[in-house]
Design a protein around this ligand. Sequence first.
Ligand SMILES: C[S@@+](CC[C@H](N)C(=O)[O-])C[C@H]1O[C@@H](n2cnc3c(N)ncnc32)[C@H](O)[C@@H]1O
Length: 510
Amino acid sequence: MIIMSTTEKARVLLQNQLDEGKTQTERNKLGQFATPTALAIDILEYASALLPLDFKIRFLDPAFGTGSFYSALLQRFQRAQIVEAVGYEIDPHYGDEAIKLWAKTSLQLNIADFTSATPPNSNKAKANLLICNPPYVRHHHLSRIEKLRLQNKTEQTAGIKLSGLAGLYCHFLCISDAWIAKDGLAGWLIPSGFMDVNYGQQIKEYLLNRVTLLRLHRFHPKDVQFSDALVSNAVVWFRKAKAPANHAVEFTYGGSLMNPNVKEVISVDVLRSTVKWTNFGLGSNSINSNCQQMKLSDLFIIKRGLATGANNFFVLTPEQVSTYQLPSLFLKPILPSPRHLLVDEIEADSVGNPVLDRQLFLLACNLPEDEVKAKYPSLWRYLHLGVENGISDRYLCKHRSPWYLQENRPPSPFLCTYMGRADTKRGRPFRFILNHSMATVANVYLILYPKPALAVALSQKPELNRSVWQALSEISDETLMGEGRVYGGGLHKLEPKELGNAIVSITLQS
Ligand SMILES: C[S@@+](CC[C@H](N)C(=O)[O-])C[C@H]1O[C@@H](n2cnc3c(N)ncnc32)[C@H](O)[C@@H]1O
């Protein structure tokens, strides 16, 4: 249990009052999610374990808020050790009150944008202990101009060209390089997404080549440290010094920094050659020597499901099929939209139809009109209804010949729902579906067609279908959301190419 100092109690109270004075949207915009007291204390306690006794501290928090880290610093270190304490906070709503709260201490809090501030010139004036929980503002929420400014600044200050997909926290980390003294210690509380996704590559290079990465601790995703922000967090510790030869990094998982559940030491050489770092620190069993990391585009051809041009006309219930006496020859099973698909694994009956409450069929006929008219009068009558109702004049239909022709999308065992919200009841924006049926899908799904090598492996060992599906389902939401884009109201979307960039850990040989 954490015993709060009187000042910390006052700070938490102030934090809550200030948070209540803002809407969730306003707070999201500036990444205003405070570090809980227990976590701030854990972080400063770990910093004190890394620093010599009596170490003279020049502290910097570039995203200060009301000062949860500063408060923990004052609790965990002697006042005499704190030579200097500097903070930056862009928002006077928090900053002005924080200045009042800490008025009796030596804190110099600047109400300013840290990413535009000028770092000290001399090494002596730079911080030797930087602790930061930077704003988690995803790249979609940065304007084009702001993103360009940040990219230029990051390149000028740290020589790192960050991807356009990097969130604000990546820029904070790189820009602050110019603020840390030689041998200074830095502890960053950041989303763990950078460990796996493409945009994190430059951050990983920075951590491996420019500083000495000491430790990477990840919290258990279920143990979300921030009740009001949906992220899996990591704490990254490094020293601003070149890493010694044969350096190894401590990866820890779960529990707290001072008392993690799992510990593992991984050499920098292994880290250099591994794309996905979240596999480390989960315990020795988790790293399977047969396990390979591959881009989905190495394993699958990914296509969007078919665009019928008029679902109401071409996608039919069994009742409609019987009313219009449509020939079964031209009917293919098709899955309902993800909203109506309550299971993630689809069983099939003896003829390959999906076993679902809601059965649907796609009308798919590629015979020319003359032939339909001559041989299939009931189908001809139905198509004629489509002409009368203007279906044949709709954009997609009009550009096809014959107008009722459908794209060819054979069934595949692997499907992905590529549009969704992170805040649904299921809690996951994207779902992977294992489809045992012969049903095709409309363009509300992405279809993953196994490439030849995988297709051969699956045909030799059908039980691998399930392992592949499980591996797909284990791709973290952070990874998928990092590849895709987000629309207003929190709707996440993935294009086939974006899904192809996601990395999966997969074991294909036993
Ligand atoms: C995740 S909060 C962390 C606050 C505090 N350090 C804590 O851990 O509780 C990030 C803070 O950074 C501030 N911020 C956002 N953009 C900033 C910027 N460009 N420069 C300085 N502060 C910024 C936000 O207003 C917010 O208070």
